[in-house]
Design a protein around this ligand. Structure first.
Ligand SMILES: Cc1cc2nc3c(=O)[nH]c(=O)nc-3n(C[C@H](O)[C@H](O)[C@H](O)COP(=O)(O)OP(=O)(O)OC[C@H]3O[C@@H](n4cnc5c(N)ncnc54)[C@H](O)[C@@H]3O)c2cc1C
Length: 389
């Protein structure tokens, strides 16, 4: 059960972290977001600040130099940043998914070797699952790792990989036994660093989520020592990769809720400034109805996220809750950003306002960490499993 249903973190220390991140986002992100987004330029100065704030170690355990934040606190940080500009969250979040694979599944040696460098952001990267022919159906990936003495040789192509250009290390899902049945038993996760035989082939052009790099990664006879196999045992990669998705879904939900809140805030302000027919448009009932629905979506999303995060923090299985939070909050981001566009009228099309960015960024949240079609399937399966006849 949720122990923290109002989404307020339990301790003063957690509150202080969230408040300081919110102040930082308003102070440092707000003034530069439009410039970096429109130029599609990697925000190196923001990345350096995020490093100083400890965000690259946000969910890494303190024993490895991280902040060790729980899901409840982390989700709120993500929401605060996304309400201003969502893309920078991807820079540390994809990195933290890679770190979580090592922290949850790595050998003791892998943890002590990698996690301290991940926590400081000295080594940054992401997670390489998707391939040109396989996203939702991950078990049909074609990348392979062939054992060769004390090492493995990796071949294949990954696409849409966040931090693919700027990052140097990636947790990469491959087949170690392409003939295995069921297929997931032949899948393994490797920690790969760029070098001979492993490079970013191209930066992908996108509708939104700009300034952060999404790239195709190519492995061509890339040799890694066997100690790069996460957990040291073949055949566990699929479970290791999808095992992190509950937290990933809470995170995407928080990004959607953040966009929904950012769009709401912009709309509430604009509706009081813009006058038509002798009064602010906020006084027209048609606009009030939109604002009411937008605000209700934000609060509902917040509560679903709080419930999922609180359950995750107790260590209980929460795929139903995380799925509901992800589904609802990401759709709330899309709906609120579209409603903000309508409220802004013609100015919504202007690149001088933030709402066009919310509108371009929001749909990604319906795709990432399992599409919303798949969320509905997961929710329905869990409903049936939890309520047998
Ligand atoms: C900007 C961006 C960043 C990304 N970052 C990363 C990253 O860092 N690492 C990474 O590994 N991947 C990343 N991805 C990839 C993302 O995870 C995939 O795009 C996503 O998993 C969907 O896969 P797909 O695009 O192949 O769609 P497909 O799997 O081809 O799905 C197409 C459509 O079919 C639906 N569908 C598929 N199967 C079913 C089914 N069984 N039942 C019902 N409907 C179904 C889907 O819901 C969707 O609507 C990123 C993508 C984008 C756009």
């Amino acid at each position: 059960m949720s122990t923290n249903p109002t989404n307020h973190p339990a301790t003063d220390e957690q509150r202080e972290i969230i408040d300081s991140i919110e102040r930082w986002a308003e102070r440092e992100l707000r003034p530069v977001a439009r410039r970096f987004d429109h130029a599609d330029e990697y925000p190196a100065e923001i990345v350096a600040q995020m490093q100083d704030l400890g965000l690259f170690g946000a969910t890494i355990a303190p024993e490895y130099g991280g902040l060790g934040l729980d899901a409840t606190t982390y989700a709120q940080i993500v929401m605060k940043i996304s309400a201003v500009w969502m893309a920078p969250v991807g820079i540390f979040n994809s990195h933290l998914i890679m770190a979580a694979c090592v922290q949850r599944h790595g050998t003791a040696e892998q943890k002590t070797r990698w996690l301290p460098k991940f926590a400081t952001g000295e080594i940054r990267g992401g997670i390489g699952l998707t391939e040109p022919n396989a996203g939702t159906d991950l078990q049909s990936i074609r990348a392979v790792a062939r054992r060769d003495g004390d090492s493995y040789v990796i071949d294949g192509t990954k696409t849409w990989i966040t931090n693919g250009v700027e990052g140097t290390a990636f947790a990469v899902l491959v087949k170690t036994d392409p003939e295995a049945q069921p297929r997931h038993r032949g899948m393994s996760l490797f920690l790969c660093e760029k070098g001979p035989g492993f490079a970013a082939a191209k930066k992908l052009k996108k509708l939104g989520y700009k300034a952060i790099d999404s790239a195709e990664l190519v492995f061509d006879n890339h040799r890694v020592s066997a100690d790069r196999l996460i957990g040291g045992v073949e055949g566990r990669g699929f479970q290791q990769a999808v095992g992190g998705l509950e937290l990933g879904r809470i995170n995407v939900a928080a990004r959607g809720a953040g966009i929904a809140e950012g769009a709401l805030r912009a709309a509430v302000r604009y509706a009081q400034e813009r006058q038509t027919f002798g009064k602010p448009i906020a006084q027209h009932q048609a606009i009030q109805l939109k604002l009411a629905d937008m605000a209700t979506r934000v609060e509902a999303a917040r509560l679903l996220i709080a419930q999922a995060a609180a359950k995750y923090d107790t260590g209980e299985r929460c795929d139903l809750e995380a799925g509901m939070a992800k589904l609802f909050a990401s759709e709330a981001g899309v709906e609120n950003s579209l409603e903000a566009m309508r409220i802004f009228g013609g100015y919504s099309y202007s690149t001088d306002f933030d709402v066009e960015r919310y509108y371009r960024d929001a749909p990604l949240m319906c795709i990432g960490e399992g599409t919303n079609e798949m969320q509905r399937i997961i929710i329905a399966r869990q409903l049936i499993e939890r309520n047998p006849l």
